[in-house]
Design a protein around this ligand. Structure first.
Ligand code: NAG
Ligand code: NAG
Ligand code: NAG
Ligand code: NAG
Ligand code: CU
Length: 180
């Protein structure tokens, strides 16, 4: 028979673990450039500064706010990012605003291809590093997909929101356990 005290300790441990899981799985929505949006910035280091100190994770969203026809969002290699080369883009999205869901770890490079790379040369370029959110892989091993399927943006009523609704229930249950 478990004594009441150890039951309470167990509940606290479970609750703490649950809170940690909720924090880890919560996707963050980043507005690229904040109020500046996705534009030709006033300083060429603007988007580097914006990205500094941010911890991007799988499932997070980068919201590129721009008007269709004024800018675009191209994903490119590091080489083309550095050179602002618009020749070999990986993907190009011309319709704004655009929500990019981070679906792989490592570096991601974005540029605007307008003005034959002129916007990019003026600083409309973004590089982000996405850390390993899952347990550490062995050093030197090739990057492995962290999960079988990349986390899709949670539609209403899916895991994230259902967790949010079940969590208060968990709290209530624990509160009751303390009273009785
Ligand atoms: C980003 O993650 C690292 C390592 O987990 C941590 O040291 C740092 O404080 C985090 N930065 C922010 C802005 O949360
Ligand atoms: C982008 O995501 C934000 C936050 O989830 C949402 O408010 C906005 O409507 C989305 N925009 C597009 C174009 O999907
Ligand atoms: C990640 O998203 C981009 C843009 O939506 C897409 O082109 C690419 O195929 C995706 N990669 C994976 C591994 O799903
Ligand atoms: C992910 O972890 C591996 C192994 O520890 C490391 O080599 C790699 O640089 C990490 N990637 C990122 C984006 O931190
Ligand atoms: Cu542009």
């Amino acid at each position: 028979m478990a004594n009441p005290m150890s039951m309470k300790i167990l509940l606290v441990v479970v609750l703490t673990a649950l809170a940690a899981v909720v924090q880890v799985t919560e996707a963050v929505n980043y507005v690229v450039g904040d109020s500046t949006g996705w534009a030709v910035p006033s300083t060429s280091t603007f988007y580097t500064t914006w990205a500094n100190g941010k911890n991007f994770s799988l499932g997070d969203v980068l919201a590129f706010n721009f008007a269709t026809g004024a800018h675009d969002v191209a994903t490119v290699s590091k080489t083309n990012y550095d050179a602002c080369s618009i020749a070999n883009t990986i993907t190009t999205v011309t319709t704004g605003p655009y929500n990019y869901t981070i679906n792989s770890t490592g570096f991601h490079y974005f540029i605007c291809t307008f003005s034959n790379g002129g916007h990019c040369n003026s600083g409309q370029k973004l590089a982000i590093s996405v850390g390993n959110s899952t347990s550490a892989a062995s050093p030197g091993s090739p990057p492995t997909p962290p999960s079988a399927s990349p986390p899709p943006p949670p539609p209403p009523g899916s895991s994230a929101s259902s967790l949010a609704t079940t969590l208060p229930l968990v709290f209530m249950t624990i509160a009751l356990a303390f009273f009785y």
